[in-house]
Write a protein that binds this ligand. Structure first.
Ligand SMILES: Cc1cc2nc3c(=O)[nH]c(=O)nc-3n(C[C@H](O)[C@H](O)[C@H](O)COP(=O)(O)OP(=O)(O)OC[C@H]3O[C@@H](n4cnc5c(N)ncnc54)[C@H](O)[C@@H]3O)c2cc1C
Length: 285
């Protein structure tokens, strides 16, 4: 078989397998903050995921929701980190070690790894897809600046894990809280602006509330720095078919969730302004 056909058929076998619902057993549950928990399970395909990709998690009898991978390991030991916000995530938070979940995926486009001087900015649970990314960037970057923020100290995620990950490399961690209960008082984007005004970065990675990532996009444009963000929209099929996650001409589940500055420039009239609800109606972000 010609090389290209072999590659195509490998890809279609992978996609078929990824689309199949697998039942996994929860091996471990850890509380990260008052409303966030991490769930560990074993899945071979997730072991091959790129940082920034997500899975659809089926909570039997309730719903199926998208979740980014917070740990990716080649042996398939995988975690998702979930904020309790509504019905599905509440039901997920009640799950214990030994309970089962269904998963499909990994789906979507992940982050493209960049060498050189990189900035990573995460707000709240936006840090989730940035964790496996940071794990890869420590092998490539000459310098890493990690900006993480939350409203209060108890909502800051992954501080110990990040300290450990970055201890052996040229890296700086700057934590911010809105109430000043830990690190610097203020928001991540203020710190990002100060750094960008002083230093040239080769790439910015960001994930968090949409107003925050929109501000990061504006800063990246102002300082002529390439940017990749992970964006959330209502994801249902995760295969690019149902259109629930559309923004401009882009489908977040297929073209994203990681989008580049070039892609964001094409959706500037929507990004940071409005999204669609479950009925497809425009609502402000
Ligand atoms: C690609 C992607 C990755 C995500 N990764 C994470 C993650 O790592 N950790 C995390 O805590 N959350 C993540 N989310 C958000 C998570 O999917 C929603 O919080 C969850 O679906 C809420 O479901 P619910 O039934 O608990 O809440 P609901 O009460 O149904 O909804 C609360 C809010 O959650 C959002 N939401 C609900 N259903 C969906 C859906 N199917 N797709 C997208 N958003 C939805 C909407 O903004 C809604 O207003 C991610 C979303 C996307 C699109």
């Amino acid at each position: 078989m010609p090389f290209h056909s072999q590659q195509r058929s490998k890809k279609s076998v992978y996609l078929k397998a990824a689309n199949r619902l697998r039942i996994v057993e929860i091996q471990e549950v850890n509380r990260e903050s008052p409303d966030v928990k991490t769930f560990r399970f074993q899945d071979k395909l997730c072991g091959k995921a790129e940082p920034g990709q997500f899975v659809m998690v089926w909570i039997p009898g309730i719903d199926e929701v998208p979740m980014s991978l917070s740990t990716i390991t080649p042996n398939g030991s995988t975690t998702i980190t979930v904020a309790e916000v509504g019905e599905a995530t509440k039901a997920l938070h009640q799950k214990k070690q030994g309970d089962i979940l269904g998963i499909r995926g990994p789906y979507g486009k992940g982050f493209t790894l960049s060498k050189g001087n990189t900035m990573i900015a995460g707000g709240g649970t936006g840090l989730v897809p940035l964790m496996p990314l940071t794990g890869e960037l420590v092998k490539l970057s000459t310098k890493l600046t990690l900006l993480l923020g939350a409203k209060t100290k108890d909502k800051l995620l992954f501080l110990d894990r990040l300290d450990q990950m970055l201890s052996m490399v040229n890296a700086e961690i700057v934590a911010t809280t809105e109430d000043g209960s830990y690190g610097l008082k203020g928001v991540v984007t203020d710190q990002a602006e100060q750094k960008l005004a002083k230093e040239k970065f080769d790439m910015i990675y960001a994930c968090g509330p949409e107003q925050m990532i929109h501000k990061m996009f504006t800063l990246a444009e102002k300082y002529y720095t390439p940017l990749q963000i992970s964006l959330e929209r209502i994801v249902r099929c995760a295969m690019g078919l149902c259109g629930s996650c559309i923004i401009g001409r882009l489908k977040v589940c297929k073209d994203g969730p990681v989008l580049t500055s070039e892609q964001l420039r094409t959706v500037e009239d929507e990004f940071g302004k409005f999204k669609r609800d479950f009925q497809g109606r425009r609502i402000s972000v």
